[in-house]
Design a protein around this ligand. Structure first.
Ligand code: SAH
Length: 361
């Protein structure tokens, strides 16, 4: 296969510079289609890969919300970007506590990578559930729904705009000789308000916004809830959050297109405001550490340790600390949790109601 870098050179030589959004989209498509990027020997590790406790607690969250929804049957259990399928496997195992839930739900995985679909198929072969795969969330059949997305929104392409004295200009990827370089569209275009200072960068997550519009519309019309967990912030913020990771190290986002994981930080305020436009309830945001502690992760760790060897118990403590610690570079604080739900669901476990919830629903 030709390298994506060669293909991008031809594309840019032929069509001219492309937007950062298109660059990210092409890189991510190649990246996820050609590998399993997770784990210690991969490029990055995610919460479900650190400990079974993560998926189990999300499973208990789903059971409780399903109960509050009035125990609908059928109910769609949807995951966006399931990676190796670990979270879903742990969630489904925890659901053994409630056989009625297991007979009511059908499992739907939204996944574009053929490589990861195979990993998910193998991981879930003994789950006792029939699994349906979809390329897009719009393809999941209608009906009450429970959805989870962990480290999914950060993998969707964003547009970037740079403040100039002419206004906001879109950031592009072009060629200088053989090298890919960042550039700017000459004409300003984006109505993003007054630029704060020259050089400031604004990110516009067009794909995430479109997805959130569809999802919140669904949850406004039919009962259900969605739980979103990701590396991100409550905006508005100015700055370039595009980053590339390879083998757990930061690399230049232009240096190895399609060979490194590209992400941006998720703008949770924009997601929540988009959802609120559709008359759904907003819950959170909380840090991952607060959320998992409210769901009882410490008690779960203690009960797992009762049946563990001393070495296993030490592993459980390490995993617990990694998931909930709130230091400036630690997952428990950097990762945030937001839920949106049908108006009839006044509360969900582990998250406070958010004032953005529209007053009249
Ligand atoms: N949720 C998993 C994996 C996160 S990696 C975990 O926590 O371990 C991102 C996942 O999203 C991968 O499974 C990737 O193949 C998938 N993905 C990325 N872009 C996608 C898109 N546009 N549509 C559907 N799936 C996508």
């Amino acid at each position: 296969m030709r390298t994506l870098e060669d293909q991008l050179r031809d594309l840019i030589a032929f069509e001219g510079p492309i937007t950062v959004e298109r660059y990210m989209g092409l890189c991510l498509e190649r990246y996820y289609a050609t590998r399993d990027p997770l784990g210690a020997v991969g490029d990055f590790t995610t919460a479900p890969e650190i400990s079974q406790m993560f998926g189990e607690l999300i499973g208990l969250w789903m059971l409780e919300v399903w109960h509050a929804m009035g125990r609908p049957s059928p109910c769609r259990l949807i995951e966006l970007g399931p990676g190796r399928g670990t979270l879903m496997a742990d969630l489904l195992r925890a659901s053994r506590l409630l056989p009625d839930f297991r007979s009511a739900v059908s499992v739907h995985l939204v996944e574009t990578s053929p490589t990861l679909r195979e990993r998910q198929r193998a991981m879930l072969a003994t789950s006792g559930f029939e699994i349906a795969w979809h390329d897009r969330i719009e393809d999941v059949p209608e009906g009450p729904a429970l959805l989870v997305a962990n480290e999914f929104f950060d993998a969707l392409p964003v547009r970037q705009f740079v403040a100039t004295d002419r206004g906001w200009c879109e950031r592009l990827v072009g060629l200088e000789g053989e090298h890919l370089v960042f550039g700017l569209r000459a004409e300003p275009e984006a109505p993003l308000g007054k630029p704060p200072h020259p050089g400031a960068i604004r990110e516009w997550p067009a794909t995430s916004i479109a997805l959130m519009k569809g999802l919140s519309h669904r949850l406004a019309c039919e009962t259900g809830a969605a739980l979103i967990i990701d590396y991100g912030y409550w905006g508005p913020a100015f700055g370039d959050t595009l980053q590339a990771l390879k083998q757990h190290q930061h690399v230049d986002p232009l240096s190895e297109p399609g060979e490194a994981d590209l992400t941006t930080h998720v703008d949770f305020q924009r997601l929540a405001e988009t959802a609120a436009g559709n008359k759904v309830r907003i819950h959170g945001m909380a840090t991952q550490g607060e959320f998992l502690q409210a769901l009882g992760i410490e008690a779960r760790a203690a009960s797992l340790k009762q049946r563990a060897t001393p070495a296993q118990a030490a592993d459980i403590d390490r995993a617990l600390a990694r998931l909930i610690a709130r230091g400036p570079t630690e997952m428990g604080g950097l990762f945030k949790v937001l839920a949106i739900s049908h108006a009839g669901l006044e509360a969900v476990p582990g998250l406070p109601p958010h004032p953005l919830t529209p007053a009249r629903m």
